[in-house]
Design a protein around this ligand. Structure first.
Ligand code: KIV
Length: 263
């Protein structure tokens, strides 16, 4: 099971291909990281999805390097037993020098590896060359996608291109590759073509692992994406607790106190 006492290194995660499936969830803050540490996840991804699901922006493109550093620090304080991958924000890896600077900042904040979108091979090489492991990402690339999300790899040409991109990332040394919103047959082709484990999201069940946005998994936000079946309804639990508290306050009943508040 993942999440034992020793943090999995990137090369150990890569070596899991064909041995066991890899479970990845996003985490953005300290309480969530504490809750998700040592539950059997191989990786916690501090995804730039935090722009949308944590900060309420309408795209991931508004996320900056300092924002990622801030959230990675919080996750690293809580998840002390789990491999943490930090997402490189849009426009922060346009050149190999930028890429290396960003990756080093995210590692200083507490990430064990970084993720970037697309077949940005010179950027990947610069980061890996400096000893920082990289997770690749093919298929739907939210940082550069304009106007709505669609399934990728449905035509033979598009599937060929995705396989080419994934192979280039694999050859450059990525330890895992996210395959997002890809036709399941194309996702299987990618999985069979690369040595790195593929981590699917909305890409069928044949990838080497799966990743989900944790707020979708636990039902924290209204309107989860259609491919996610939430496994809890945390939003209703929070609203219920808050409404009960408000009603108690209005009825002048003191809320139960079990000890002093932490300073
Ligand atoms: O930012 C993110 O959370 C991601 C995952 C959806 C893979 O990139």
């Amino acid at each position: 099971m993942g999440g034992g006492l020793a943090i999995l290194r990137a090369d150990e995660i890569r070596a899991l291909k064909g041995l066991r499936r890899i479970a990845v969830l996003t985490a953005y803050d300290y309480p969530m990281a504490l809750a998700l540490d040592q539950v059997g996840l191989e990786v916690l991804l501090v995804g730039d999805s935090l722009g949308e699901v944590e900060l309420g922006f309408d795209s991931t493109r508004a996320v900056s390097v300092p924002m990622m550093e801030h959230h990675i620090r919080a996750v690293a304080n809580g998840a002390i037993h789990t491999h943490i991958t930090g997402d490189m924000p849009a426009r922060s890896y346009d050149t190999p020098a930028d890429a290396l600077r960003t990756a080093q900042a995210l590692v200083r904040a507490g990430a064990h590896s970084v993720k970037l979108e697309g077949a940005m091979i010179p950027a990947v090489q610069a980061i890996i060359g400096a000893g920082i492991p990289v997770m690749g990402h093919v298929g739907l690339l939210p940082q550069t996608t304009e106007g709505g999300y669609r399934r990728h790899g449905k035509t033979a040409d598009e599937a060929d291109r995705l396989v080419e991109d994934a192979c280039a990332l694999d050859d450059a040394g990525c330890f895992a590759i996210v395959v997002e919103c890809v036709d399941p047959e194309a996702a299987l082709r990618i999985t069979q073509s690369v040595g790195a484990p593929t981590i699917g999201i909305a890409a069928g069940s044949d990838c080497d692992g799966q990743v989900l946005v944790s707020t979708d998994l636990i039902g924290l936000l209204p309107d989860p994406p259609p491919f996610v079946v939430p496994r809890a309804n945390v939003r209703d639990i929070i609203r219920g607790a808050a409404a009960e508290f408000a009603a108690d306050v209005r009825a002048a009943a003191a809320p139960p106190v079990t000890g002093a508040r932490r300073s």
